[in-house]
Design a protein around this ligand. Structure first.
Ligand code: CU
Length: 284
């Protein structure tokens, strides 16, 4: 079987020396070949299970903005969203593999997030580096969109009531928290990847990653509060491989810090030391 590997994260010292501007190519080596489909790709699918009693989510206090309060009565926090024992908003992605380096086409579709009822919808979104990131404001109130990246350029922009969409992109892979400078309860998380093998679990806890070249992988399930879970997965040609991840109630009782949840660089997938790039897949 062909082994496919996505390499180790960059060390902080490597990240630190990079210039952080919009024109930066994110360290992508032009020498890397573009992945060519052999028509034998498989699928990684599964569900995110919650074991134990699901925590009750706190009510959001939107008193600071009369519009928000009257248009989203009963809103609750989205930190740990569990329904029928399944967890929503978990980023599942290929973290590791082995081999030759490839780059992947960036989707031409936009990764879109909306502000509605003074909450980000969806709460968690995944996309590729350099894919268009579109921010809508369906609310009749002002928002100020403020991503907090570690290795991408930080920005914050106001958006008028039902204003024009913001169109942005991120040059590098990382998990980026997003806040609103006007409404402190508004939070979202963006999983930015240098490959297309990522998904976010839906309300029923399911996820699906398509187009996976046959190979051996480490797949990670990342949650904003509970510790990341990893599993080894082998995908044969044209196989649909099912893998489930389990988060436990005691994890949800601890803080993200206590659980060692990481943002930023952990999702950078560096293809090894040879090219200094962070956009590729390696196949041996
Ligand atoms: Cu806002």
């Amino acid at each position: 079987m062909t082994k496919v590997r996505i390499g180790a994260p960059l060390g902080p010292q490597e990240v630190g020396v990079r210039a952080l501007d919009d024109k930066d190519d994110g360290g992508v080596s032009e020498a890397l070949p573009k992945y060519q489909s052999k028509g034998d790709e498989g699928t990684i699918t599964g569900k995110i299970v919650f074991e134990g009693e699901a925590p009750k989510q706190a009510a959001l206090q939107m008193d600071a903005d009369a519009y928000c309060k009257s248009n989203n009565a009963g809103a609750t926090a989205e930190t740990v969203v569990v329904k029928d024992g399944k967890v929503e908003n978990v980023i599942v992605y290929i973290k590791d593999g082995n081999g030759i380096k490839y780059t992947f086409d960036v989707p031409t579709t936009e990764a879109t997030i909306d502000q509605r009822g003074c909450q980000y919808r969806p709460h968690v979104l995944s996309m590729m580096a350099k894919q268009k990131f579109k921010v809508l404001n369906s609310d009749d109130t002002n928002h100020n969109v403020h991503p907090l990246p570690k290795t991408n350029k930080e920005w914050n922009e106001s958006q008028a009531p039902k204003g024009e969409p913001l169109i942005k992109d991120f040059a590098r892979a990382e998990v980026i928290p997003v806040k609103c400078n006007i409404h402190p309860w508004m939070k979202a998380y963006l999983g930015v990847f240098d490959h297309p093998f990522h998904a976010v679990s839906k309300a029923d806890g399911t996820f699906e990653i398509k187009g996976v070249p046959p190979g051996d992988y480490t797949v990670e399930a990342w949650h904003e509060k509970m510790p990341a879970q990893t599993q080894k997965v082998t995908v044969a040609a044209k196989e649909t491989k099912s893998v489930d991840f389990t988060f436990k109630a005691e994890m949800a009782m601890k803080s993200a810090e206590e659980n060692g949840v990481k943002f930023g660089t952990p999702l950078i997938v560096d293809m090894g030391k040879c090219c200094g790039g962070n956009v590729a897949m390696v196949v041996k």
